[in-house]
Design a protein around this ligand. Structure first.
Ligand code: C2O
Ligand code: CU
Length: 493
C-alpha cells in the first residue's frame, strides 16, 4: 500500500531581508542568518470529510480533516523562513491551531481564550511566525482536542536545516491510533470516564500517514531519514526495528548526540517526535517487520519494510550523522530558579500518593470521597501541584522572570505514564530518578513513567502565558494542565 503524504504547494510571494524578520519575534533568540528569509504562505481548511483509513473492503471513515486529508498537508519550510498560515474554520464548532514544539510568540500559540479568541465556525485566523529552530514539528487544534485531534485534525510541520544530514531518502510517518466501530466509523465515546481516569483513549486501529499500512518499499543499502510523529490522543509507541540499527539524531525536533535507542525501542509518547537514521542493511527481496512493543502482552506488527529485488548500494554509507544545533539558550544551572512540580490523581492515585509520602495538596483534605465524586463528574481527575484545570484560563502555576534559567523538579505520583509538554520553549532533560541523562536531550514533551522523577531546565526567554500539560488528551481535559507565566521585559526584569 503506497504511503502518500500530500505536501502543500509553496508559494514564495515575497523575499525580504533578514532585517525584516530580526526584530519581529523572539528577539532574544536572534536569528543569525545573513541570507534573505522568505515568507511562506499556506492555507488550511478544517472541515468534515471522509478518508480511507482501513483496507478498502471496509469502506471509508467520516473524519475531520485539514484540506480533506489525514494527516493534513505537510507544511515544509527552511529554517529562518517566516510561516504565514490562514486557517479557515469549516467545522460546526470553534477551533484554534497550535504549532507543537515551535517557539512562536505567545499570540501565535493557538491557545483558546489565553492567547487568542477562538476561531468561530466560518471564520478565519492568520498565524504568522518565524521558523527559528529546524526540526520535525506538527500542528493540531487546542480546543476540544480529544475530539478534534481524535477525529483527524493534525499535520506535520517540517523545518529544514540549512545543512541537513546526508541521506538517500526521507520519510515522514505520522502515527495515529483510532477507536473504530465495525463499520469503520470513529466511536463517539469521546471523554468517557474510563478513558479519563486510566490511560486515555487507546484505540484499536493504528495508522501510518492516515492508512493502515501493509508494507513500505525500501532498497538494500539505502540510508533513510525517518521522521516519526506521534499524533495519537493517548497511545505510546515503542518501535522495534528488528535487525536494523536505528540511530536517533533528533528528539522533538532538536538535535541530539546520535545514539541507538534505549533498550532497542524507539519510544514516543503522544506529541513526541523522533528523527532516525536507518541504514537498510537487509538483503534484496527480504521483509522486515516493525513491531510496536510498548504495552506488554499487546505487541503488534505496525508495518513491514519490503526490500526491492535490486540492491541500491552494497555497503552502508559512512556519512556523518550529526545535525547542527538550533539557537536555543543554554540553561545556567548556577543561577537557576528551582520549582517542584507534582502530578497526581487518576485511578489508584490515592494509594500511590500515600506510598510516596505525599498528599493531594489543597484537594487532599477532602479525601477519597470528594475525589471519587469529581471523577464521576468527569472533571478534576488529574492534578498539577494539587490543582485541576477546568479550562485554558487560570492563575499561573508558576511565574518566571524573563531570561532566567528555571529547573522543574517533577514527580509523577500516579500509576500512569504522562507525556508532559511545555509550550513556547524547549527544555533539557537533566535527570531521571536522580541519575543524569546520557544526552541531556532537548525536548518539548517528556515522557514520565509511573512514580518517576524527572528534572528539566530551560531559559525562560519567551515572554507570555504558556500551557504546561499532559499530552494524553484525556488527561489534559480532565485537569492535568496549568499555565507557566514568563514575565515580559516591560515588567522590568
Ligand atoms: Cu501539542 Cu498544548 O499541545
Ligand atoms: Cu497524562
Amino acid at each position: 500500500m503506497a504511503m502518500y503524504l500530500p505536501t502543500l504547494t509553496r508559494r514564495t510571494f515575497l523575499t525580504r531581508t533578514a532585517a525584516f524578520s530580526a526584530g519581529a519575534v523572539l528577539p532574544v533568540l536572534g536569528l543569525r542568518n545573513a541570507q534573505a528569509a522568505s515568507i511562506r504562505e499556506f492555507r488550511l481548511k478544517a472541515s468534515p470529510g471522509r478518508t480511507q483509513l482501513v483496507p478498502d473492503t471496509y469502506g471509508n471513515t467520516p473524519v475531520w480533516a485539514y484540506n480533506g486529508t489525514v494527516p493534513g498537508p505537510a507544511i515544509r519550510v527552511r529554517q529562518g523562513d517566516r510561516i504565514h498560515v490562514v486557517i479557515d474554520n469549516g467545522l460546526e464548532e470553534e477551533t484554534t491551531v497550535h504549532w507543537h514544539g515551535v517557539r512562536t510568540p505567545n499570540a501565535m500559540d493557538g491557545v483558546p481564550h489565553l492567547t487568542q479568541t477562538p476561531i468561530a465556525p466560518g471564520e478565519t485566523f492568520t498565524y504568522e511566525f518565524d521558523a527559528v529552530d529546524a526540526g520535525t514539528y506538527w500542528y493540531h487544534p487546542h480546543l476540544n482536542s480529544t475530539v478534534q485531534v481524535g477525529r483527524g485534525l493534525y499535520g506535520p510541520l517540517i523545518i529544514e536545516e540549512s545543512e541537513p544530514v546526508r541521506v538517500d531518502r526521507e520519510l515522514i510517518w505520522v502515527l495515529d491510533d483510532w477507536r473504530l466501530t465495525g463499520d469503520a466509523a470513529i466511536s463517539d465515546d469521546f471523554g468517557n470516564p474510563h478513558d479519563l481516569m486510566h490511560n486515555g483513549r487507546i484505540g484499536n486501529t493504528v495508522t501510518v500517514n492516515g492508512r493502515v499500512p501493509e508494507s513500505i518499499a525500501v532498497r538494500a543499502g539505502e540510508r533513510i531519514r525517518l521522521r516519526l510523529i506521534n499524533a495519537a490522543n493517548a497511545r505510546i509507541f515503542g518501535l522495534d526495528f528488528a535487525n536494523l540499527e536505528p540511530v536517533v539524531i533528533a528528539l522533538d525536533g532538536q538535535p541530539v548526540t546520535p545514539h541507538p535507542p534505549a533498550n532497542g525501542l524507539v519510544t514516543l509518547g503522544p506529541a513526541m517526535r523522533v528523527d532516525l537514521i536507518l541504514d537498510m542493511t537487509g538483503r534484496p527481496g527480504n521483509r522486515v517487520s516493525v513491531v510496536d512493543r510498548f504495552y506488554k502482552g499487546q505487541e503488534y506488527r505496525l508495518v513491514d519494510l519490503a526490500y526491492a529485488e535490486m540492491a541500491f548500494r552494497n555497503t552502508a554509507p559512512d556519512w556523518p550523522l550529526e545535525l547542527q544545533d538550533n539557537p536555543l539558550a543554554e540553561p545556567d544551572l548556577g543561577d537557576a530558579i528551582w520549582h517542584e512540580v507534582t502530578f497526581n490523581g487518576g485511578m489508584m492515585g490515592q494509594m500511590i500518593m500515600a506510598e510516596m509520602g505525599g498528599s493531594m495538596g489543597e484537594e487532599g483534605s477532602g479525601g477519597m470521597m470528594s475525589n471519587m465524586m469529581n471523577m464521576m463528574h468527569g472533571q478534576g481527575i488529574w492534578f498539577i501541584n494539587g490543582k485541576a484545570a477546568t479550562g485554558h484560563i487560570m492563575d499561573p502555576l508558576l511565574t518566571l522572570p524573563h531570561g532566567r534559567t528555571c529547573v522543574l523538579a517533577m514527580t509523577n505520583a500516579t500509576a500512569w505514564h504522562h507525556p508532559i509538554h511545555l509550550h513556547g520553549h524547549s527544555f533539557r532533560v537533566l535527570s531521571r530518578n536522580g541519575l543524569p541523562t546520557a544526552h541531556r536531550e532537548w525536548q518539548d514533551t517528556v515522557l514520565m513513567a509511573p512514580r518517576e522523577k524527572v528534572e528539566i531546565a530551560f531559559v525562560a526567554d519567551n515572554p507570555g502565558d504558556w500551557m504546561f500539560h499532559c499530552h494524553i488528551l484525556e488527561h489534559q481535559a480532565a485537569g492535568m494542565m496549568g499555565v507557566i507565566r514568563v514575565s515580559g521585559k516591560e515588567e522590568g526584569i
